[in-house]
Design a protein around this ligand. Structure first.
Ligand code: WT7
Length: 659
């Protein structure tokens, strides 16, 4: 055995031993002593009067006019801080200019090729107000929608904040989504303007964002203007559409600084963000201003324990809710210094994240379990190449973190001294709802622990009755919280149907959950047809629609299959039409087709051609059996199948194909 292999196996044995001990991790005394919140009484106080609790945070923000009433709750409709007037960009920028934060770094950015930029709060003010004027000048008005389709560059945050400043709602579309996915979102929200870039860097390649935008906009009647950031290419080589396309830098040259912020009502729309549900059509989750900002401000302050001198790094792209709430609005509302990195964790090498932690002396680091599992697989030599002693707090988000990954994170990244906050929430919830508080909570590896103060959660059975401690069921949220979604854009019925109908009057999360004897929450993953691939939400129906869109495909059934690193991998069972032949070439073509229709994150890992799918007598595909087949488990109950021989044949075929 090589030296490093021996070391790794000793470390693994140590981790396994710790897990068998069911060890718990109280906050280190030194952390507790300095924490923004360390009094366990906060839970009781917040439970007794949640409205006063949230209003306390809201009053730390800046309002043009105070609210008259904290909450109006007509299930399922909530309004927070009624009558209050504010502007999100003022709270993320202007508020800090009157303090010593004026010249503090707001965004420290590093591009994948290694280019660097630092924007102070004053720089951010200048860029945001100028870009706000640019948007106005090309015709964007209060109440309009602007789609932002960009790489992870400071301009993405600048564009978001500029929209907020003039009262236009942004809808950020992740740069990894395809032209078609972009088109669908642009049309659904009826965007007037798209802000994009020529391209962005990913593992040394250039992602062709402008090309995808051009393709998308062939069928987007509402879009009048496009602003293009010159990020990755020779500008003279980028085709620009006369009268529609404008270079970011050209418009900015002439734009004046200062832009009066729009006075927004607390319940005015701040943004729409699309996420996958259990149908083929993504849902435009609508978030409003006052409640959302209060929620992200409060949770960032208490969960990430931000201090004036922190360097805070949330690795999420702004295309996801995590990027909205914890890379932009939450930390900037707290006046924090945010690190932003454009590229991949393994480019140019697998130590890139740790090199960045060392280079910028990152203190608070927030990432996803899928990344941690990849780091584990790559080996401890990569973090060990760097000085990670600046870190003081670690976070995890996106899917359940397995205890092994938690321990590895604790030992190799946190140096056994940093509390870990495993934070559960959703695009719909706007901010974190279940999480440890790092100065209070004793953590257990793999558990998101307890609801944030002021949040009332419960685990219920099929009938909606609370499950006693030790049992499992569905996670629901019983009382409104400030950052909750207000509706699904353009589909108010689906909002009611999706979240508030399963158990009337309470919010249905779609997640399974167990509580242990100590009351800790253990999230168990989705209970619907939503997959979680590398922390990204993908609907099985969306992938199925993409597959049947291919001329060769007659029928398709998609399931999630447990995967070491991704959490879930996509497996598709496909029936080809007459005259098409199942072979490697067809398999690659279909994978490519899905990647092109939705984006590379939705590319199936496995495609299995079959002549039939297991269906119930009423014609429903039995996905549970497909999962059993894909994961090599004993087949569950097959008595409701129309033709039980179908699964036996499928299983044989799957085993043969796995070799
Ligand atoms: C779904 C929401 C909101 C952050 C990014 C994902 C799963 C998220 C955890 C966690 C267990 C988690 C749930 C949830 N999830 N965080 N800490 N432990 N599961 O946002 O794309 O809206 O997905 O992610 O299944 O429903 P999203």
């Amino acid at each position: 055995m090589s030296d490093s292999a021996a070391k790794a196996s000793t470390a693994q044995a140590a981790i396994a031993a710790l897990l068998r001990e069911h060890r718990t991790f109280p906050p280190p005394d030194s952390f507790r002593a300095q924490a923004n919140v360390n009094d366990p009484q906060v839970y009781e106080r917040a439970a007794k009067d949640p409205e006063a609790f949230w209003a306390g945070f809201a009053s730390e923000l800046e309002w043009f006019e105070p609210w008259q009433k904290v909450l109006e709750w007509n299930p399922p409709y909530a309004k927070w801080f009624i009558g209050g007037k504010l502007n999100a960009s003022v709270n993320c920028i202007d508020r800090h200019l009157r303090t010593a934060r004026r010249n503090k770094a707001a965004i420290i950015w590093e591009g994948e090729p290694g280019d660097e930029r630092v924007l102070t709060y004053w720089d951010l003010y200048r860029e945001v107000t100028k870009f706000a004027n640019v948007l106005k000048q090309i015709g964007v008005q209060r109440g309009d929608r602007v789609v932002i389709y960009m790489p992870l560059v400071p301009e993405a945050a600048i564009a978001m904040l500029a929209c907020a400043r003039i009262g236009a709602a942004h809808s950020v579309v992740f740069g990894g989504f395809s032209a078609e996915a972009l088109r669908e979102r642009v049309n659904d929200c009826g965007a007037k303007v798209v802000v994009t870039a020529d391209g962005g860097y990913r593992r040394g390649n250039i992602v062709q964002l402008k090309r995808a935008t051009d393709e998308a906009l062939e069928h987007c009647p509402t879009v009048q203007q496009v602003i293009v950031l010159n990020r990755a290419m020779d500008a003279s080589q980028v085709p620009m559409v006369e009268g529609r396309d404008h270079w970011w830098h050209t418009l900015m040259e002439k734009a004046p600084m200062h832009c009066e912020p729009e006075v927004m009502d607390s319940e005015d729309l701040l943004f729409i963000l699309y996420t996958s549900g259990s149908t083929g059509k993504p849902k435009g989750i609508a978030h409003t201003t006052g409640g959302y900002l209060t929620g992200v401000y409060a949770t960032t302050k208490w969960i990430f324990d931000l201090k004036e001198e922190d360097v805070y790094w949330c690795t999420a792209d702004v295309g996801w809710i995590t990027g909205h709430s914890y890379a932009v609005y939450g930390p900037l509302a707290n006046g924090a210094t945010v690190l932003m990195y454009e590229g991949a964790p393994d480019y140019p090498d697998r130590d890139r994240f740790w090199a960045l932690v060392e280079k910028y002396r990152v203190t608070v680091f927030y990432t996803a379990p899928t990344a941690i599992r990849a780091f584990m697989k790559w080996g401890t030599q990569y973090p060990q190449m760097h000085d990670l002693s600046s870190l003081r707090l670690l976070g995890s988000v996106g899917e359940p973190i397995n205890p092994e990954a938690w321990m590895w994170y604790h030992v190799y990244i946190g140096g056994e001294r940093c509390p870990i906050v495993d934070t559960w929430w959703q695009t719909e919830t706007g901010h974190i709802l279940i999480t440890p508080l790092p100065g209070i909570t004793t953590t257990k590896p793999g558990s998101a622990t307890f609801p944030f103060p002021g949040i009332e959660a419960e685990v219920v059975n099929e009938q909606g009755e609370p499950v006693p401690l030790g049992g499992g069921g569905y996670l629901v949220i019983k009382k409104p919280w400030p950052g909750m979604l207000r509706t699904i854009w353009g589909d108010p019925e689906r909002f009611v149907q999706q979240y508030w109908s399963r158990f009337p009057g309470v919010y249905f999360t779609g997640d399974g959950c167990k509580r242990d004897e100590d009351g800790y929450y253990w999230l168990l993953g989705r209970v619907d047809d939503v997959l979680n691939v590398s922390g990204h939400r993908i609907s099985t129906m969306e992938v199925e629609s993409a597959l049947v869109d291919h001329p060769a495909v007659a029928e398709a059934a998609v399931i999630g299959k447990t995967h070491d690193i991704k959490g879930q991998a996509i497996a598709a069972f496909v029936i080809l039409k007459e005259g098409y032949h199942p072979n490697k070439q067809m398999e690659d073509e279909l994978k490519q087709h899905v990647a092109q229709k939705i984006g590379p994150i939705a590319r199936p890992d496995d495609i299995l051609f079959t002549a039939e799918l297991p269906k119930t007598r009423s014609g429903k595909i039995m996905r549970r059996l497909l999962r059993d087949i894909a994961e090599g488990r004993a087949l569950g109950d097959t008595t409701t199948l129309a033709d039980p021989s179908v699964v036996a044949a499928l299983r044989q075929q799957y085993e043969d194909s796995e070799g």
